[in-house]
Design a protein around this ligand. Structure first.
Ligand code: GDG
Length: 485
């Protein structure tokens, strides 16, 4: 196997689904997503390699090339790695901390050790496959330590790091018992990228505190200097590290592959609407079943609108797809049972035989089926308490390029900074969600021109800033970054 790759992506997951059969054999199928689409041209052009976990514990296939020539290099994780690194530190410590403590993070030293060990495994795998002077792009919160470890192992590499989730304010981040190691890990990169300027500013403020210039909270006085202000798709902010490197910091809002989210087949949409008994208004929610996504509050808003008569059960339906996610973690189980209890209650109160008001699926749908739902929906409900970006919102608006439909969007989703035609709500305030749902329905019915202008503003933004813009702007900035000060 060729092991000299000049462009390497490293992410927690490989872009494949691997199934182990009862006889011990396994099959692998590609699972393309936005990240894969955005990076594919670069991966293909540069003899690229993708390092990641194939999704099953204790076994992994040998490295292999995809049809498009990308080398997939699996990292083996044991069941105990998976528990401590993935379910523990990544998803019960970092995830809630970085989403502003919607639930309380757990600080567990064994998990931290597992996190360090697994980050070392990923860094070793990259070090093995990366050519001299290669560009390495590290993805997301599960691999926060990889840039730092890799910098020690391979000073010749150009290293970029992108965080897909929010970066919290320094006051919250400072709770983390291992805060200095994490900051040092991130600063191993030449370019650290976030979705939003606000996230980048939080990170810059934190590094200043590490340097002791803003109150000496974290120690190591006078080792880090911050200059400039974070901008979008440009680098003008830098952190000077103790070893004389200059780390660039910027905002690179992620987007989608617009080709994948055009309008669905008309007949499939008509079939669905017929199955639903031709409702006047179709509300839609599509989320991983995660407590950050605000699914319960959205259901409560729908329920209260039915209760007050602002919506009529004969005329409105809510379709909610909740993709199973992190199901062994307690808070996810609680969240699921709350959502399912609310679905049962609302249907019990307002449904008829053969005509529920909430259609709820707890499974993953094909991209095609998802597209049919997007096209059939009148009002998309995206109401997370906190979200790095939220691609579902962008997929829906790309699907409604003709100006039909309306988007109700949480002001705490990263996408709210770009989708200025959305009906913005505060997801902590059920009244605010209700108001914006009613406003969206009202405009669609009585003010269709205004609704269409809003929707076209949204879709234009996404069509002119797709995932290719995201990937190429990050990689251009990475190419310019990292000069010694
Ligand atoms: C993280 C950050 C950031 C959902 N259900 C199905 C399905 N999906 C797809 C959607 C969308 C993706 O999953 C979800 O992306 P989001 O961005 O909405 O949310 P997270 O999973 O939390 O992603 C987020 C993102 O990373 C990227 O940086 O935007 O803020 O939290 O693409 O379409 N896909 C299929 N069936 C489903 O049932 N096929």
């Amino acid at each position: 196997m060729d092991d000299s790759n000049s462009f390497v992506v490293v992410a927690n997951r490989l872009p494949v689904d691997m199934t182990v059969h009862p006889d011990g054999s396994y099959s692998i199928s590609p699972s393309p997503g936005g990240l894969v689409t955005g990076l594919s041209p670069v991966l293909e052009q540069h003899r690229g390699c993708w390092v990641g976990w194939p999704g099953t514990v204790d076994v992994a296939p040998e490295p292999f090339r995809t049809d498009t020539g990308v080398l997939l290099h699996p990292v083996v994780l044991t069941a105990s790695d998976y528990e401590g690194f993935y379910e523990g530190f990544s998803n019960a410590t970092l995830w809630p901390l970085f989403h502003d403590l919607i639930v309380t993070p757990v600080y567990n030293t064994d998990w931290w050790h597992a996190f360090r060990e697994v980050n070392l495994k990923f860094a070793e795998a990259v070090s093995q496959v990366a050519a001299h002077g290669a560009t390495v792009w590290v993805q997301d919160y599960q691999l926060l330590l990889v840039p730092g470890i890799l910098r020690q192992m391979r000073p010749d590499l150009k290293i970029g790091f992108f965080l897909h989730i929010p970066f919290p304010s320094p006051d919250l981040f400072r709770q983390l018992p291992w805060r200095e190691e994490i900051v040092r890990g991130m600063l191993g990169a030449d370019l650290v990228g976030f979705h939003l300027v606000q996230n980048a500013e939080n990170f810059l403020a934190l590094t200043q505190q590490v340097a002791g210039t803003a109150g000496s909270h974290v120690g190591q006085p006078d080792t880090l200097q911050v200059s400039g202000e974070a901008l979008v798709r440009e680098i003008s902010a830098h952190v000077e590290t103790a070893d004389g490197r200059r780390v660039s910091v910027g905002a690179f809002p992620i987007s989608i592959d617009v080709e994948m989210f055009g309008e669905a087949s008309k007949s499939a949409v008509l079939d669905l609407l017929k199955t639903l008994d031709e409702p006047e208004t179709v509300f839609l929610g599509v989320d991983r079943l995660d407590y950050t996504k605000g699914i319960l509050q959205r259901l409560l808003a729908f329920e209260e609108l039915l209760e007050s008569g602002a919506l009529e059960a004969d005329r409105a339906v809510l379709l909610q797809v909740a993709t199973p996610s992190r199901e062994r973690i307690d808070h996810y189980r609680v969240s699921r049972s709350q959502v399912e209890e609310a679905v049962g209650r609302i249907n019990g109160r307002f449904g008829r035989m053969g005509r529920p008001v909430v259609h709820y699926l707890h499974r993953s749908l094909s991209k095609n089926d998802l597209q049919v739902l997007y096209t059939a929906a009148d009002v998309m409900l995206v109401t997370p308490f906190k979200d790095g970006m939220n691609l579902v919102a962008k997929e829906f608006v790309a699907n409604h390029r003709d100006g039909t439909g309306a988007l109700v969007l949480s002001e705490f989703a990263g996408a709210a900074t770009e989708l200025t035609g959305a009906y913005l709500c505060n997801p902590f305030d059920v009244e605010s969600i209700k108001r914006q749902m009613v406003a969206a329905v009202h405009d669609l019915k009585h003010n269709p021109e205004s609704a269409a202008t809003r929707m076209k503003t949204n879709s234009e933004q996404v069509y002119t800033h797709d995932v290719n813009v995201w990937a190429s702007s990050f990689l251009d900035c990475l190419a310019q970054s990292g000069e010694n000060s």
